[in-house]
Write a protein of this length. Structure first.
Ligand code: MG
Ligand code: MG
Length: 272
């Protein structure tokens, strides 16, 4: 059952989402060759607690850490460890925060040092597909329209769309209905209605869509060991339109990147 949120609840959810956004922005400066993902995890946990929130993943389904960190061929759910990052790596960082009883949950794939053009393209296309998915999250559309938008764009580059992992509703639970596959058929599935809050999160592989599970019970990697990218935003449907609750702005500020990709989906405030 989809749990519809009031505007007041959506504002609380924005707070939770923005704590994650700021955590990712703080991490953006720290993600360098030589740094370990366990060091990043400790920084993130401290940062979240300093913002009067709780790490959203720690202990959830018995996950052992604050961050899911998935380098290179790892798709999602990687566990922080003491292996130093190297130049040329990419690192998907997924982070959750719980505040006022609501979860924030969003993710970004970072470049470590210098990465290949081929890998940069994977990141660029995956992030673009996230915004195509967000644009499709509007009244009149259905779950299948969002999946279709992500799938047809990313597959046009020959990339693989992971089937086993999907976006989801978000609220007092980390994973609520509906499931949001990053593939689908237009006009199919649940209708989008005002008050829905979702996590849209394309997981896109450079090669095959197929995945493998690590023996640790968590980590998921690509079957062909080619890289995988993951970008995630939290979005509310208000007056028929998608509105971002999370933002990559703190990441872009830290890295000196200029971007207007979020503008169509930002909350507009009246100047009157
Ligand atoms: Mg996530
Ligand atoms: Mg999620």
């Amino acid at each position: 059952m989809v749990i519809i949120k009031s505007l007041a609840e959506i504002e609380l959810m924005r707070e939770s989402a923005l704590i994650v956004s700021r955590t990712l922005g703080m991490l953006a400066k720290e993600i360098q060759p030589g740094v370990t993902t366990l060091q990043l995890d400790r920084l993130a946990e401290t940062f979240i607690r300093d913002h009067q929130a709780k790490p959203g993943f720690l202990g959830l389904y018995d996950f052992p850490n604050t961050l899911c960190v998935s380098p290179n061929e790892q798709v999602v759910h990687g566990i922080p460890n003491d292996v130093p990052l190297e130049s040329g790596d990419i690192l998907s960082v997924d982070c959750g925060a719980l505040k006022n009883g609501f979860y924030g949950d969003h993710a970004y794939t970072f470049e470590v040092g210098e990465v290949t053009k081929e890998t940069q393209k994977l990141l660029e296309v995956t992030k673009k597909s996230l915004y195509l998915g967000i644009a499709a999250f509007c009244s009149g559309n259905r779950v299948g329209d969002l999946g279709y938008a992500i799938q047809q764009y990313t597959e046009s580059f020959g990339y693989g769309v992971v089937r086993e992992l999907v976006g989801h509703g978000l609220g007092k639970e980390m994973h609520e209905a509906p499931e949001l596959p990053n593939y689908g058929k237009r006009g199919r599935g649940k209708k989008f209605v005002d008050g829905m809050v979702v996590a849209i999160e394309p997981m896109i592989n450079m090669g095959t869509k197929d995945i493998r599970h690590f023996k640790d019970g968590w980590t998921i990697k690509t079957a062909d060991n080619k890289p995988s990218a993951h970008f995630e935003h939290n979005v509310a449907l208000i007056d028929g339109k998608p509105q971002l609750l999370s933002t990559f702005d703190p990441i872009y500020e830290a890295l000196g990147i200029e971007s207007d990709e979020e503008l169509p989906f930002k909350k507009t405030t009246s100047l009157a």
